[in-house]
Design a protein around this ligand. Structure first.
Ligand SMILES: NC(=O)c1ccc[n+]([C@@H]2O[C@H](COP(=O)([O-])OP(=O)(O)OC[C@H]3O[C@@H](n4cnc5c(N)ncnc54)[C@H](OP(=O)(O)O)[C@@H]3O)[C@@H](O)[C@H]2O)c1
Length: 287
């Protein structure tokens, strides 16, 4: 039986590895207002009351809507709450996700986040590289990272992270400023970044998987469902517990608009998985 460590040093703090991703709080397609705003406020308040002290967001969720909901639910923010945001895209009038990677775009996005979150400085800003949308593509990101480093020197950004990047891009960015996290797609069945997870663990850098449950269509696997039934867990709890066991630098930000799912996800941190169950989960990953 192995129980994972439940905290990790991140951006000058120690955060609980079970965090919360706020993207699901906007309307359908992460565009416009949610159907039930009071429910969105309640999910955030319950997350923080349950010990979540790492929330992932962006001003392009909604756009603006998600940050405004976070501000309404939680401002003035608890001292130990780390809010991580990302820049590098804007939304079209039809909800399209458009790259916005010029230095002026990044500066505007930082100010949008500051205004809508009600902050004087942002704890962590991830540069979201557009690559192939949900997987990275090689290419220099120096110009964008330099723009964020300038905002850091001005005191508007405390720490810089990267999203949707390759190992080479992390190394390039590290020659410009310290990188505190990488946020790439990774979950039980999407393991292209196995080597990067280990590489960053060796450097003490957080890897924050996006789509930890598989994203808009959560992971569907008959093997996972059967195993979950056998150990009396929900399938998504096992998917999260597997990530917690996979490497100590994995910080989880499952997204949900449902209090019931939030509770289920937070409980996953309590699961200590036996070697046999871990082996079965690893086999699902390899299918
Ligand atoms: N850097 C990037 O490019 C990027 C991209 C995508 C996401 N993100 C960040 O990563 C966070 C997580 O990603 P995500 O929210 O897209 O995907 P996710 O966490 O993998 O999955 C969210 C989906 O799973 C459902 N869900 C959550 N808990 C569940 C449970 N216990 N049982 C069954 N279904 C459950 C949610 O529906 P319900 O609302 O009904 O629970 C939602 O449909 C986002 O919130 C965002 O902050 C970053």
């Amino acid at each position: 039986m192995s129980a994972p460590t439940l905290t990790y040093p991140f951006a000058g703090r120690t955060v609980n590895r079970m965090g919360y991703g706020a993207m699901q709080l906007a309307g359908p397609g992460v565009f416009g207002p949610p159907k039930d705003r009071p429910a969105a406020l309640a999910v955030l308040r319950e997350a923080v009351a349950s010990g979540v002290n790492h929330i992932d967001t962006s001003d392009f969720y909604g756009p603006h809507v998600t940050n405004q909901i976070i501000r309404e639910a939680l401002h003035p923010y608890p001292d130990d709450l780390l809010i991580v945001t990302k820049v590098g895209a804007v939304r079209g009038d039809d909800g399209a996700w458009l790259a916005a990677q010029e230095p002026g775009d990044l500066r505007r996005a930082v100010h949008d986040n500051l205004r809508n979150l009600g902050l004087d400085a942002l704890d962590v800003v991830n540069l979201r590289v557009m690559g192939n949308i949900h997987e990275p593509a090689e290419g220099s990101i120096a110009r964008q990272v330099e723009a964020l480093a300038r905002l850091q020197q001005e005191g508007l950004v405390r720490h810089v992270g990267l999203s949707n990047v390759t190992s080479a891009q992390v190394a390039e960015a590290q020659r410009i400023t310290q990188i505190v996290c990488v946020q790439n797609q990774y979950n039980l069945v999407q393991r292209a970044d196995d080597a990067l997870v280990d590489e960053l663990a060796g450097q003490g850098i957080a890897f924050v998987p996006f789509f930890p449950l598989g994203g808009f269509t959560p992971i569907q696997s008959s093997g996972l469902s059967a195993l979950a039934a056998r150990v009396q867990a929900a399938p998504m709890q096992l998917a999260l517990a597997w990530l917690l066991h996979r490497s100590p630098n994995l910080l989880l930000i499952p997204g949900t608009s449902s209090i019931a799912h939030l509770r289920e996800n937070i409980q996953a941190a309590q699961w200590a998985l036996s070697d046999a169950v871990l082996a079965e989960l690893n086999a699902i990953a390899a299918e």
